[in-house]
Design a protein around this ligand. Structure first.
Ligand SMILES: [Zn+2]
Length: 241
């Protein structure tokens, strides 16, 4: 073979090798994990499941009905959740405090109107920092759900930070995962029916960035199953309904 053909063949083999490595590194591990977890996903009618009323999907493709209403109860300060799960949240906060970990709620139930205001004010903030209005909207909608598509609108989600968070940050960030509050929640939130709703590796499944501070009530039984699987709620929903 001529030196040039040898080079081309070597290059092709190299490219193929790299391709196989990338493929085996990413896909089989993930699909295996999904397969194993899905085999273990219990039916939505599972007898042992509690609070099935809370076990449903709210996202960009599954908005709340326009006539959605919710009865509220206080969780901490002025923050409220659906009255059927507020008690679970209060118990979680009290038990964390008993372990010496102070969980500070910074967001809970938000009305649809408030959701719209938050979205618009974040878009304006991005525009002021140099984004075009189109870019700002796209970016903002990745971080703040449209009205009717947020779990906060349903009164099922809590955003939790440390008590001194705002002294050192001007925004919620991934840094939260380095706190004792995050470690406590990772170990315990499921016992009170709450899950880390937007895990890091599943942004293109949930449509929402990784949010270590956002916890969603789904009932104790399913919270345990979902935590065990490491998968987002979307996969459970697809399997069950
Ligand atoms: Zn949230």
């Amino acid at each position: 073979m001529k030196p040039l053909s040898v080079m081309i063949v070597t290059l092709l083999i190299y490219v193929l090798f790299i391709g196989i490595r990338i493929f085996t590194n990413h896909f089989p591990a993930d699909s295996q994990r999904l397969k194993t977890a899905q085999n273990d996903i219990p039916a939505a009618t599972e007898q042992r499941a509690d609070n099935l009323w809370a076990y449903y999907l709210i996202n960009a493709d599954n908005p709340l009905r326009k006539d959605f209403t919710v009865g509220l109860d206080t969780v901490q300060g002025n923050f409220q959740l659906d009255e059927r799960c507020a008690g679970y949240a209060r118990e979680m906060i009290a038990d964390a405090a008993a372990d010496g970990v102070e969980l500070t709620v910074v967001s809970a139930y938000r009305s649809v109107r408030k959701q719209q205001e938050n979205l618009e004010s974040y878009i304006q903030r991005l525009i002021r920092s140099g984004y075009s209005s189109k870019e700002a909207r796209v970016l903002a909608e990745k971080e703040i759900a449209l009205p009717y598509t947020s779990e906060h609108n349903a009164g099922l989600a809590l955003d939790i930070l440390t008590p001194d968070w705002w002294e050192t940050h001007d925004d919620v960030t991934d840094d939260f995962e380095n706190t004792e509050q995050f470690r406590w929640l990772s170990e315990n939130a499921h016992k009170y029916g709450f899950i880390l709703r937007y895990p890091r590796e599943y942004e293109n499944v949930t449509g929402i960035i990784y949010e270590p501070w956002h916890y969603r009530f789904v009932g104790v039984y399913y919270a345990g199953k979902i935590r065990e699987s490491g998968l987002p709620l979307e996969y459970f929903y697809k399997t069950n309904f």
